[in-house]
Design a binder for this molecule. Structure first.
Ligand SMILES: NC(=O)C1=CN([C@@H]2O[C@H](COP(=O)(O)OP(=O)(O)OC[C@H]3O[C@@H](n4cnc5c(N)ncnc54)[C@H](O)[C@@H]3O)[C@@H](O)[C@H]2O)C=CC1
Length: 409
C-alpha cells in the first residue's frame, strides 16, 4: 500500500514537473504570446458548428462524463483525491459547464469572465494547471469511446480547442486571484433546526470574511471533503463578524443533509470567498421588488437588513415571500422584525395552496415596470417571476438573480 502511494506521488510530481517544463518552453520560444492569449483569435463559432453537428454522436452527456472521469482516474489515480467521494454532483456540474460552453462558443469573449471566476473557484479544490492536461487527455478518450466508429479528428479537434480556450481563461482567473485566500475556516457558533428538514446555522470565521449583502459562499463540511455547495449569506455584514446560512435538506447523503442533520455548534466548516451580484446597489432612486421562494429568502433578508441600516430616503420595498405551506415560513420573527422597523417595507406572504404561485401573485399585484427586482428561490420560480416582470416591461438589467448553477440543491 505504502509503495503504491509512493508511486502515485512520484507520478503526480512527474506530471507537475513535465508541465512546468512545457510552460517554460512555451514562454521561451514564444515570448509575449503565451497560449492563453491566443484565445482572442479563437474562432469559437466554427467549433460550435462542428460540436453541435456531431453532438448526437457523443450524447448523452451523462455517459460521456462517466467515461471521462473513468479514463482520468484509471490513468491518473492520484487525481481522485481532488474530488469528493460521491461524484454525482460533480458530473452534473460538468454537464452544465459543457452545455454552457457549447451554447456560448460563438461569443468566447463574453464567456471569459464566467470562466475566470470558475478558475479562481477551482483553486480551493487544489486544481493546478497541470490537471487540465490530464482532463483533456481523458476527454479525448471519452469522445473516442462515445463516438466509436463515427469518431473524427475534426470532432476531437473542435472539443479540444473549446476546452483549451476555457482552460486558458480559467488559468488566468486562478492566477489573478493569487492574492485572495483559497478559503476561510469557520466554526459553527449555533445550529438551530426549524422544522424537520431545515436548519439555520450561524458561523464565525477565524479571519474577517469580506462580503456584501446579497452574496453567497461555497461551503464545505468536514464530513464530506471536497464537496462544496453554495449558500447565501443570510445577514448583512455585522461588526461581530457572525454569518448565517439557511439550509434545507434536499437529498440523503449530500452536503445539505450533513449540514442539517449531522452538524453541531463547535464544528468546523470552510467557506470560499463571497460571490454574486444580487445587490440592491446602482439605482437608489428606484423602489425595490423582492421576491423570495423558500430558503431563497436568505439573501433577500441580508439585502433588507442592509437597506434598513443605510436607509435611502424615499426608497420603498415590497417583499413577496413564497412558501409551499404555512409551516414553511421558517423565519417569521426576522420578517416581522424588519416590517416593524421599516415603514417603507411591505410584505406579502404567498402560500402556494392558498394564494397560487408567487409569479401569479406578483403579476396580480400591480405594475412593477419602474422597480428594481431581486428574485431568489427555486430556479423554475425565478424563471416564472422573471417572465412575468419582463412581460410588464421591466428591462433585464433591472431583474437581478443568482445564476441557477450557483444554487444549493
Ligand atoms: N439556501 C440558500 O441560501 C438559497 C437557496 N436558494 C434556492 O432556493 C430554493 C429554495 O428551496 P426550498 O426552500 O425547498 O423552496 P420550496 O421548494 O419549498 O419552494 C419555495 C417557493 O417556490 C415555489 N416553487 C417551488 N417549486 C416551484 C416550481 N417548480 N415552479 C414555480 N414555483 C415553485 C413554491 O411554491 C414556494 O412558493 C432552492 O432551489 C435553493 O437552491 C436560492 C438562494 C439562496
Amino acid at each position: 500500500m505504502a509503495a503504491e502511494a509512493g508511486t502515485l506521488r512520484e507520478d503526480y510530481h512527474a506530471l507537475l514537473a513535465r508541465h512546468e517544463a512545457m510552460r517554460l518552453r512555451r514562454n521561451l520560444f514564444a515570448p509575449g504570446t503565451p497560449a492563453r492569449e491566443a484565445g482572442s483569435a479563437y474562432d469559437g463559432a466554427a467549433d460550435q458548428r462542428i460540436i453541435l453537428r456531431d453532438l448526437p454522436l457523443v450524447l448523452p452527456f451523462d455517459q460521456l462524463i462517466l467515461d471521462l472521469y473513468a479514463a482520468m482516474f484509471e490513468r491518473r489515480p492520484y487525481l481522485r483525491s481532488l474530488f469528493p467521494e460521491s461524484m454525482e454532483f460533480q458530473r452534473e456540474h460538468l454537464a452544465r459547464i459543457f452545455q454552457y460552453l457549447i451554447d456560448n462558443l460563438h461569443r468566447p469573449d463574453a464567456m471569459a469572465a464566467t470562466l475566470r471566476q470558475l478558475g479562481s473557484d477551482h483553486r480551493k479544490l487544489g486544481v493546478r494547471e497541470a490537471h487540465y492536461e490530464a482532463f483533456e487527455e481523458a476527454l479525448c478518450e471519452a469522445l473516442y469511446r462515445g463516438a466509436g466508429p463515427r469518431w473524427t479528428r475534426e470532432l476531437e479537434g473542435a472539443w479540444t480547442r473549446m476546452l483549451r480556450f476555457a482552460v486558458a481563461a480559467m488559468v488566468d482567473g486562478a492566477e489573478a486571484a493569487m492574492g485572495e485566500p483559497l478559503y476561510f475556516t469557520a466554526e459553527v457558533s449555533a445550529h438551530e433546526l426549524r422544522g424537520d428538514d431545515l436548519a439555520v446555522l450561524r458561523v464565525r470565521t477565524a479571519e474577517p470574511y469580506p462580503y456584501r449583502a446579497g452574496q453567497y459562499a461555497a461551503v464545505e463540511s468536514m464530513l464530506l471533503p471536497q464537496a462544496w455547495r453554495h449558500y447565501s449569506l443570510a445577514r448583512a455584514p455585522r461588526p461581530d463578524g457572525e454569518l448565517e446560512f439557511h439550509v434545507r435538506r434536499t437529498a440523503r447523503g449530500g452536503v445539505s443533509e450533513a449540514l442539517v442533520d449531522r452538524t453541531r455548534a463547535g464544528d468546523t466548516l470552510r467557506l470560499g470567498p463571497a460571490r454574486g451580484t444580487l445587490t440592491a446597489d446602482g439605482e437608489p432612486a428606484r423602489d425595490l421588488l423582492l421576491v423570495a421562494g423558500g430558503t431563497g429568502w436568505a439573501p433577500l433578508r441580508a439585502l433588507l437588513e442592509d437597506l434598513a441600516r443605510r436607509r435611502e430616503p424615499g426608497r420603498g420595498a415590497h417583499l413577496f415571500l413564497g412558501v409551499r405551506h404555512r409551516d414553511d415560513l421558517y423565519d417569521l420573527p426576522a420578517v416581522t422584525g424588519l416590517e416593524q422597523r421599516c415603514p417603507w417595507l411591505r410584505v406579502t406572504p404567498v402560500v402556494a395552496g392558498e394564494h397560487g404561485t408567487v409569479a401569479d401573485a406578483v403579476a396580480r399585484h400591480g405594475d412593477w415596470s419602474g422597480h428594481v427586482a431581486c428574485v431568489s428561490g427555486p430556479p423554475p420560480m425565478v424563471a416564472a417571476v422573471t417572465d412575468v416582470l419582463a412581460a410588464m416591461g421591466v428591462p433585464p438589467e433591472r431583474i437581478r438573480h443568482d445564476p441557477a448553477a450557483a444554487q444549493p440543491r
